[in-house]
Design a protein around this ligand. Structure first.
Ligand SMILES: Nc1ncnc2c1ncn2[C@@H]1O[C@H](COP(=O)(O)OP(=O)(O)OP(=O)(O)O)[C@@H](O)[C@H]1O
Ligand SMILES: [Mg+2]
Length: 276
């Protein structure tokens, strides 16, 4: 299938000069603990390349923990442990030769609260990840423009590139964080409730951005907003933790099926807002 792109992005090369394609992420039998408290069990899920996967489920069922396992941030929490495998295009990101910093470049993350570097300019914010990644670019102006275009922010900030990132609105700051994440050319972008602090217009803008970039990066998004999950995702996974039990996936599948004709009655109850 040929994908027509409105704006041809300038792909960021890796430190070795190669460009990266979106990748499929597969979780196999994931378990997670904080100390002795087991919070996830038996999580297996395919997050397909060039598709948007939404993780839904009530508070505390382990969605954020699972997302952090997907880019090796869970292990940064003292006392945290995990089991199982995460395969990025077939390679286990927890394999002995895999470096967490490299994995986090391939699998980027956008958080609930926009976290640009407030004193850095808009321009500096976009390229902030390059230095950390050891990527040298001679076409930084083009890269900054292309990332801001892809994040749906260019028109609003093209005259303010030298102003501090902290001066943007909340919704603009979140799109700046998306631009910053895209600048290192990740294969997967994880988003943990990226719109929960935003007004409806900014939310809509981020959803458009997700739609526009979804053909060039695999997206996994956590959301409590069922309309949003229905609008932006191709696939959904419904997480649930029974009282005192670790979180499990009740059901996963194409979003239209999950919202109209799921297998498990709890899925239909949840997506219709009857609990959680
Ligand atoms: N740093 C931590 N230390 C100890 N327990 C934690 C930690 N982070 C999360 N937990 C526990 O792990 C479980 C899963 O939490 P997690 O944040 O992954 O849920 P969630 O589905 O993202 O919830 P929400 O929808 O409220 O964001 C919860 O019981 C939570 O209390
Ligand atoms: Mg969470």
């Amino acid at each position: 299938m040929t994908v027509t792109q409105q704006h041809q992005p300038t792909p960021a090369p890796t430190a070795t000069g190669a460009t990266r394609e979106p990748a499929t992420l597969v979780a196999r039998g994931i378990g997670a603990w904080f100390g002795t408290n087991k919070v996830l069990e038996g999580i297996s899920l395919e997050m397909t390349a060039r598709r948007v996967t939404a993780l839904i489920g009530p508070s505390g069922c382990g969605k954020s923990t699972f997302l952090r396992i997907l880019n090796r941030m869970h292990e940064l929490v003292p006392g945290a442990a995990m089991s199982g495998e995460i395969l990025l295009d077939g390679i286990d990101i927890y394999g002995p030769s895999q470096r967490p910093a490299d994995t986090r470049l391939r699998i980027g993350m956008v958080f609930q609260k926009p976290n640009p570097f407030p004193a850095m300019t808009v321009y500096e914010n976009v390229i902030a990840g390059l230095k950390l990644a050891g990527i040298k670019r001679h076409d930084k102006d083009d890269l900054v423009e292309s990332c801001l275009v892809r994040a749906g922010l260019w028109n609003e900030v093209k005259g303010r590139l030298r102003d501090p990132g902290g001066g943007l609105s909340g919704g603009q700051q979140q799109r700046l964080c998306i631009a910053r994440a895209l600048a290192v050319n990740p294969q997967v972008l994880l988003m943990d409730e990226p719109c929960s602090a935003l007004d409806p217009t900014s939310t809509r803008r981020i959803e458009e951005t997700i739609d526009e970039i979804s053909h060039e990066v695999t997206i996994v998004i956590v959301t409590h907003n069922m309309q949003q999950a229905a609008r932006v995702s191709d696939h959904c996974a419904f997480f649930l933790a029974a009282e005192g039990q670790p979180g499990r996936i009740v059901e996963a599948g194409p979003t239209d099926v999950m919202f109209s004709n799921p297998t498990d009655p709890r899925t239909l109850d949840y997506v219709n807002g009857r609990f959680g």
